[in-house]
Design a binder for this molecule. Structure first.
Ligand SMILES: Nc1ncnc2c1ncn2[C@@H]1O[C@H](COP(=O)(O)OP(=O)(O)OP(=O)(O)O)[C@@H](O)[C@H]1O
Length: 373
C-alpha cells in the first residue's frame, strides 16, 4: 500500500546556485507520477532530496505525518526503508551475480534465513521477467535486463514508494515500452507510490496518473495527466509536445529577441490525448480513472481525437486512419495492445555494455554518487 508524499515550499541551493525554489506538490498514495523538465533543472536533485540524500534549504517533505527534513539521521534511516530508488548513475555490483545483487539488501538489512531470501529473490526476479538469469553477471547482460535486475533489487524490501530516475536512458524505444508496461503492472500489483523522472515524451504522455514540470528554477505545473496534456500554458504545451516554438530555448530560457522573432508564428493544435497505458491483464489499477474524466469534471474540451488510441499525440506516430474528431471521451477504456509476458523476450547478452543501473532501496545498495549536503 503506497503512502502519500506531501512536499511544501521546498527550496534547494548549492552555494549561490538555486536549483529550484518553493516547490509544492502532493504525490498521491499509490499513483504513478512523472517529473519532466529540461536538462539541468534539478529533477535528479529533487529525487535525492525526497529520499533524504540531499538536504533542502527550506520547506517540508511529509510522509506518514513525519517531516523528513527535520528527522535525525537514525530516524531518517528508518523512513528510507519505505523507498526503493533507481538512480540513473548507480550500478549493480559488477562482481556479483544478479541473484546476489538482488539478495544484497535482504542480507544487509534483515535477519532472514537464506531459504527465505531465496524465496523472495526468486519471486522478485520472476516479477521482472528475469527467471533463469540469476547466475549471470551484470556485464553479461543488456541494459534493459540490468534495469530490471535493479528493479528486482529495489522491490525486495517491499517499498511503499518507488523513485525511478530516467528508466529509459540507454534503452531503445521498444525496451522503453516494455519497461513502462512493467511499471504499470507493478503499480497494480504492489500499489506503491511511483515517481518517475524521464525525458521520454511518450512515457510522460501515456504512463502516469500525474505529471509535473520543473522549469526555470520552479515547478511550472503539477497535476493529473489530462490537465497537463490539455494545457495551453506555453511552457507545458511546448515541453509535452516537443516543440521549438515557446519559452524554452536551447540554453533553457529564450531571450526577448528570440521570443519577438517567434511572435505571429502559429502553434500547431494540441495533439489528441492518448489513452493511458493499462495493465497487461486488463485489471484496473486502484489509481486508474476513466479516460476523459478529468476533462469532463473540469469542463475542458480535450483536443479532437483524444482517448481513441494509445498512440494518440505521440510525436512521429501516425493516427489511426479514419479517426474522428471527438470532443468527448468514451465511457470505458478501449482494450490496449499491451505486451504480454516478461520484458526483453529476446535479450542477448551484451558483455561490456556501458550502462549499469542501481535500483536499490535507498541506502541499501551501492552508494549513489551524490552526498548529503
Ligand atoms: N551534489 C551536487 N553539488 C553541486 N551541484 C549539484 C549537485 N548535484 C547536482 N548539482 C547541480 O544541480 C543541477 C541540477 O542537476 P540534476 O542532475 O538534478 O538535473 P536534471 O534535471 O536531473 O538533469 P538531466 O535531465 O540532464 O539528468 C545541475 O546544475 C547540477 O550540476
Amino acid at each position: 500500500m503506497g503512502v502519500e508524499i506531501a512536499v511544501t515550499g521546498l527550496t534547494k541551493t548549492f552555494g549561490s546556485q538555486t536549483i529550484w525554489r518553493d516547490v509544492t506538490l502532493t504525490l498521491p498514495a499509490g499513483e504513478i507520477s512523472v517529473m519532466l523538465g529540461p536538462s539541468g533543472t534539478g529533477k535528479s536533485v529533487f529525487l535525492k532530496t525526497l529520499v533524504g540524500l540531499l538536504k533542502p534549504d527550506a520547506g517540508s517533505i511529509v510522509i506518514n505525518g513525519r517531516d523528513l527534513t527535520r528527522l535525525r539521521e537514525a530516524d531518517l534511516y528508518e523512513v528510507r526503508k519505505l523507498f526503493g530508488v533507481l538512480f540513473q548513475d548507480g550500478a549493480l555490483f559488477g562482481s556479483m551475480t544478479l541473484y546476489d545483487n538482488v539478495a544484497f539488501p535482504l542480507r544487509e538489512h534483515t535477519k532472514k534465513t537464506e531459504a527465505e531470501i531465496r524465496r523472495i529473490v526468486t519471486e522478485k526476479m520472476e516479477l521482472v521477467g528475469l527467471s533463469g538469469a540469476e547466475g549471470k553477471l551484470p556485464g553479461e547482460i543488456s541494459g534493459g535486463m540490468r534495469k530490471r535486475a535493479g528493479l528486482a533489487r529495489a522491490l525486495v524490501l517491499d517499498p511503499e514508494i518507488l523513485l525511478i530516475d530516467e528508466p529509459d536512458s540507454g534503452l531503445d524505444p521498444v525496451r522503453t515500452s516494455y519497461i513502462n508496461q512493467l511499471f504499470v503492472d507493478l503499480n497494480a500489483q504492489i500499489d506503491a507510490t511511483f515517481l518517475i523522472v524521464t525525458h521520454d515524451i511518450n512515457t510522460a504522455r501515456t504512463v502516469p496518473d500525474n505529471i509535473g514540470l520543473l522549469y526555470h528554477k520552479h515547478l511550472a505545473m503539477f497535476g493529473p495527466r489530462e490537465m497537463l496534456l490539455s494545457s495551453e500554458e506555453p511552457v507545458v504545451r511546448q515541453f509535452l509536445n516537443a516543440q521549438t516554438i515557446g519559452p524554452i530555448g536551447m540554453s533553457e530560457e529564450k531571450d526577448a529577441d528570440e521570443l519577438a522573432a517567434e511572435s505571429g508564428q502559429e502553434l500547431p493544435p494540441l495533439p489528441p490525448i492518448a489513452l493511458q497505458l493499462s495493465t497487461s491483464d486488463g485489471q484496473p489499477r486502484r489509481a486508474e480513472r476513466r479516460p476523459g474524466d478529468w476533462c469532463r469534471e473540469h469542463g475542458v474540451t480535450p483536443p479532437p481525437g483524444s482517448f481513441e488510441s494509445q498512440n494518440a499525440g505521440i510525436p512521429g506516430v501516425r493516427q489511426t486512419p479514419g479517426a474522428t474528431a471527438a470532443s468527448g471521451a468514451p465511457a470505458a477504456p478501449e482494450p490496449t495492445a499491451a505486451p504480454a509476458g516478461p520484458v526483453d523476450p529476446v535479450d542477448p547478452a551484451e558483455p561490456g555494455t556501458a550502462h549499469a543501473t542501481d535500483l536499490a532501496p535507498a541506502g541499501t545498495g551501492p552508494a549513489p554518487s551524490s552526498e548529503v549536503s
